[in-house]
Design a protein around this ligand. Structure first.
Ligand code: ARG
Length: 452
């Protein structure tokens, strides 16, 4: 493509070092869309005839089909997807193909392709994210009334329901959805027409190209447009945070399916055995999700590090943006799919949850609240209940079986009314609290259906 200036061919090692076709081939359909829009603008500008445009469009569609069907032969001599396609086109249609690159550089081309690719990837990931939310909602609804201990510091704290616990992840994913939707707006801007860095003396209708490609607007500084990879960094951050959320969900499930907790049974289809210990049933999907979150973080670090020292505008370092991007998209795509399947098929062990919830200490705070309702300041109430708990521990008499009136006269026999999980949950009606009514209303809200 640049043979005019050079007297020696590129060294083999340099070709191997610099090629990106082995991974950027997947931009092919976006590259072709961009080229067709660009060519149409060239017709408008009088650079291409209608006939040349048709040759280009047909040639590009033919190449696209061949790539889709796996018949196209990529070559590292042509370095990247842009040059592979352009070379093939010119080989097929001759002169018209050689006109296509007028008023365009691979710099604005790759930025355009990558933005189009990201836009599609965001849409696909949003669909998958919604699928996982639905799986969580189904299980939240199925186990809306299953009480289990809520933990802080991994110590039993207060009663919640499985529904409430799972809805916490629906919330996290909703924030992820809103981040991706926001990011999509910034992705959806057309850099095409920025040229190598300073636009072109041949002015094509950038707005029309952008409209054809479904972009909402055009970039307004050619130098920034060429070197901007913020949208990739932003997406990789959003993906990393989704990873964090999936990883926390994984960790909860890993704990819950241990014999120590026993709250959940994952399907045999989503667990693996041990080659040595016949009894094992391991939550590998959860562990892999937790582990792959490390890759998502690594990819974010990679893009941030690649751009930090770059002078304006394009530098070849920027080619390093695509592998981390593709890797994070691929990683999350399968993570969403496999987790959705696993969550849909898991079974909560209601007896184990009920047994763990029988611990009367889960209601120690409710006992303090009861004292508060009798007019005792919370700090004093906290201390009195603390004393009762200490006595329960010393005497091995469960808190709900202890004669509380002996601990302090502030306790009357009515105090023991707090030792009912049903009452405890029913009382938690404030917005965001886990009463069953609230949980059902939240499920209905997420589903967009009116609550009963
Ligand atoms: N393969 C290159 C990339 O991904 C395309 C742009 C190359 N531009 C250049 N001036 N060498 O960044």
């Amino acid at each position: 493509m640049w043979k005019g200036r050079f007297s020696k061919a590129t060294a083999d090692l340099v070709q191997q070092y610099g090629e990106s076709i082995s991974y950027d081939w997947r931009l092919f359909s976006h590259d072709i869309l961009g080229s067709i829009a660009h060519a149409r603008a060239q017709v408008k500008a009088g650079i291409l005839t209608e006939d040349e445009f048709s040759q280009i469009e047909n040639g590009l569609r033919e190449i696209e089909n061949e790539i889709s069907e796996g018949h196209f032969e990529f070559s590292i001599e042509h370095e990247d997807i842009h040059m592979n396609i352009e070379a093939a086109l010119t080989e097929r249609i001759g002169a018209a193909g050689a006109k296509l690159h007028t008023a365009r550089s691979r710099n604005d081309q790759v930025a355009t392709d990558t933005r189009l690719y990201c836009r599609d990837a965001i849409d696909d990931l949003l669909t998958l994210l919604g699928g996982l939310q639905n799986a969580l909602l189904d299980q939240a609804s199925r186990y809306a009334e299953t009480v289990l201990p809520g933990y802080t510091h991994l110590q039993r704290g207060q009663p919640v329901t499985v529904g409430h616990h799972l809805l916490a992840y629906v919330e996290m994913l909703a924030r992820d959805r809103s981040r991706l939707t926001e990011a999509r707006r910034r992705v959806n801007v057309s850099p095409l027409g920025s040229g190598a860095l300073a636009g072109s003396t041949i002015n094509l209708d950038r707005e029309a190209i952008a409209a054809e490609l479904g972009f909402e607007s055009v970039t307004t500084n050619s130098m920034d447009a060429i070197s901007d990879r913020d949208y990739i960094a932003e997406l990789l951050f959003d993906f990393a945070l989704i990873g964090a959320h999936l990883s926390r969900l994984s960790e909860d499930l890993i704990l819950w399916c241990s014999s120590e907790f026993g709250f959940v049974t994952l399907s045999d289809a989503h667990t693996t055995g041990s080659s040595l210990m016949p009894q094992k049933k391991n939550p590998d999907v959860c562990e892999l999700t937790r582990g792959k979150t490390g890759r998502l973080y690594g990819n974010l670090t990679s893009i941030l590090t690649s751009v930090k020292g770059l002078p304006l505008t394009y530098n070849r370092d920027l080619q390093e943006d695509k592998e981390p991007l593709f890797d994070s998209i691929d990683t999350l795509t399968i993570a969403f799919k496999v987790n959705t399947e696993m969550i849909s098929e898991m079974e909560i062990n209601e007896e184990a949850c009920a047994a763990a919830s029988q611990d009367p200490l889960l209601l120690a705070t409710d006992l303090a609240d009861w004292l508060v309702k009798q007019g005792i300041p919370f700090r004093a109430a906290h201390e009195l209940v603390g004393k009762a708990v200490a006595r329960s521990v010393q005497s091995s008499v469960p808190l709900n079986k202890l004669d509380l009136t002996e601990v302090d006269p502030a306790f009357t026999p009515e105090a023991s009314s707090v030792f009912s999980l049903k009452t405890a949950l029913e009382a938690r009606t404030n917005p965001g609290a886990p009463s069953i009514k609230n949980v059902r209303a939240q499920i209905a809200r997420w589903r967009g259906t009116p609550s009963e």
